[in-house]
Write a protein that binds this ligand. Sequence first.
Ligand code: G4F
Length: 344
Amino acid sequence: MKTALITGVAGQDGSYLAEFLLEQGYTVHGLARRIEGGAIWRLAPLLAESDETERRFFLHEGDILDAGFLRRLIDETQPDELYNLAGQSHVGLSFVQPARTMAVIATGTAMVLEALHAHCRASGRQVRFYQAGSSEMFGASPPPQNEDTPFHPRSPYGVAKLAAHNATAVYRDAYGLFACNGILFNHESPRRGENFVTRKVTLAAARIAAGMQDRLALGDLSVRRDWGHAADYVRAMWLMLQQEEPEDFVIATGQSHAIGELLEIAFGQAGLDWRRHVVADPACRRPLEVDHLCGDAGKAARLLGWRPTIGFEALIAEMMEADLARLGLQPVQAAQPAPRLMTA
Ligand code: G4F
């Protein structure tokens, strides 16, 4: 059975990926920068596994910017696959903390690649590498965006992700490392951080329904995003590493939506009219915006057999249901009877 190492395991994608790999029979080692103060709440079900002899999930605390620690972790865990998901993932925050964002994403990825390369050279082992890239790298390039679309990032986050993307390709070409860049469009779930727009909206709609707040302040409502479900997207990460040749793939639903549509579905589930509660707040706007992301994942469909299975409405309905349930409420209108399976 294979062993995987996941950096950034405590995040949304890390937790879904760990669960998916465990279901595939892997032993999973997860690296989290902090394990105290509620930072690993998404991993609670995995850590609750009581039978020590059956245990296949192991959590490690440490920083990818610590080169010696990283090399020891790879040497000791001997992974067959390494998924590099660690990093500051909020685009807006990257304008406030550009240097930290660059350090953990760009320098951090270079350090993971270098530690992995040194491990492979010293041990003679082959380790497959996945780099978590982002559609934010496309920035100003108009949709539909695919693997041939020029990168034109419009945030420190996008710039850092592009550096990590290019570094991954360099290690593939220079040293023959089996390394894949996943270029993932927005992907969400009930485990999404509360400062991303989907979760900010579903959480606020639930809290307004519960009488806990009345207003929701948002930034630019004119943008469009291609939103999929994180559980679908981690499956794509794994599929990339099961191919014969390492390649880069766009992962997206191929459908974009406006924030107004998100508001309509979420507030509708709570029995509310969003127009009565949403206010425009310049403080929530970014100095530079990416207007429209909509991916073409045709290559992933052809070569990986990957397609998303959960559509936008089902995704937002699931998030709404979870946020209402946390407050002891239920959706006023049943989730759309439409099938969860999307037509490709
Ligand atoms: O939910 P967001 O913060 O996601 P964003 O910036 O698209 O980035 C996400 O997707 C990327 C892939 O394309 C990932 F790489 C990245 O790590 C992250 O997961 O914002 C979505 C849109 C933006 O245009 C933003 O300006 O919603 C707009 N927005 C409007 N009001 C807001 C708000 N975003 C947030 N977070 N908060 C607002 O109040």
